[in-house]
Structures are given as structure tokens and as C-alpha cells.
Design a protein around this ligand. Structure first.
Ligand code: FES
Ligand code: FES
Length: 150
């Protein structure tokens, strides 16, 4: 399969039915995207496909052929952090950090489609699970990122 990940097109030698998450981690070596539940519930594995958030544990890699895949490693523009990453740092959101790459990818997609989300919008869109309970920090950092310039 030929996959385009973070702007780089590459041939990947994997069974097309392999979940995209494992191809990203094992074949391509980008380990920022995490495995949590494997059944599309926790959001730890969230990446963007053509700008939309997708739980990569639950789609076959073949579904992403021809699309633009973005992982947490590709979210910043060179050395310039994405505004969500910056808000996360400024607001000290992560605890253990395990869920946070998926959380950040989900939030980046939300702010693209809804630049000024309300708390209700956030609750509806960000269903990622954080075992450390960073939900309040996440919400505050989303509002902080929404106020920041792109
Ligand atoms: S690992 Fe994909 S949603 Fe939990
Ligand atoms: S920061 Fe630990 S699971 Fe979310």
C-alpha cells in the first residue's frame, strides 16, 4: 500500500486489513499515536484523515490509501507548535500523557470545524477518555486555544 502520512508518501508492506493504528506504529514507526482500547471507544489512537478525526484502531489501513493522514508528529508546522499543542503546554494539561496525543488531534479537528466551541460543543465532540481525569484542564485549554491566533 502507498500511504501519505504527514505529507510524506511511502510504500508500506502490510496486510491491507491491518488496523491503520498498527501500520502507523509498527510499519512506519510513528509511536505518538497510542493504543488504548482497540474498539473505537477511548480515542487514544485518533489521527486525521483528510482533516477529519478518525480512531485509527478501528479502520483498515487500506481505507486510508489515497488520503492525507496526519498524526501527532505532523501537527506542528516545523518548529512552530499547533495552537492546541501550545495551549496544552501553557495550561499544563497532560498528567501521564498517554491519552494526550489522541486528545490533541481530536481537539485540533474540532477547532478547525468549530473555532469557538461552547462547553456543550466540547462535550459532544471530545469523547476521548483520560484515565488521569484531565477533562477540566482539557476544556480550559480548548478555550485558551480558541482565543489564540492560528
Ligand atoms: S485505541 Fe482506538 S479508540 Fe481506543
Ligand atoms: S493524561 Fe493520563 S490518561 Fe490522560
Amino acid at each position: 500500500m502507498r500511504l501519505t502520512i504527514n505529507g510524506k508518501s511511502q510504500d508500506v508492506d502490510a496486510d491491507p486489513t491491518t488496523p491503520l493504528l498498527w501500520v502507523i506504529r509498527e510499519n512506519v514507526g510513528l509511536t505518538g499515536t497510542k493504543y488504548g482500547c482497540g474498539v473505537a471507544q477511548c480515542g487514544a489512537c485518533t489521527v486525521h484523515i483528510n482533516g477529519l478525526p478518525v480512531r485509527s484502531c478501528s479502520i483498515p489501513a487500506s481505507a486510508a490509501v489515497g488520503a492525507k493522514i496526519t498524526t501527532i508528529e505532523g501537527l506542528a508546522s516545523g518548529s512552530k507548535l499547533h495552537k492546541v499543542q501550545k495551549a496544552w503546554l501553557d495550561h499544563d494539561v497532560p498528567q501521564c500523557g498517554y491519552c494526550q496525543s489522541g486528545m490533541i488531534m481530536a481537539v485540533a479537528a474540532l477547532l478547525k470545524s468549530n473555532p469557538k466551541p461552547t462547553d456543550a460543543d466540547i462535550d459532544a465532540a471530545i469523547t476521548n477518555i483520560c484515565r488521569c481525569g484531565t477533562f477540566q484542564q482539557v476544556r480550559e485549554a480548548i478555550h485558551m486555544a480558541a482565543k489564540a491566533a492560528a
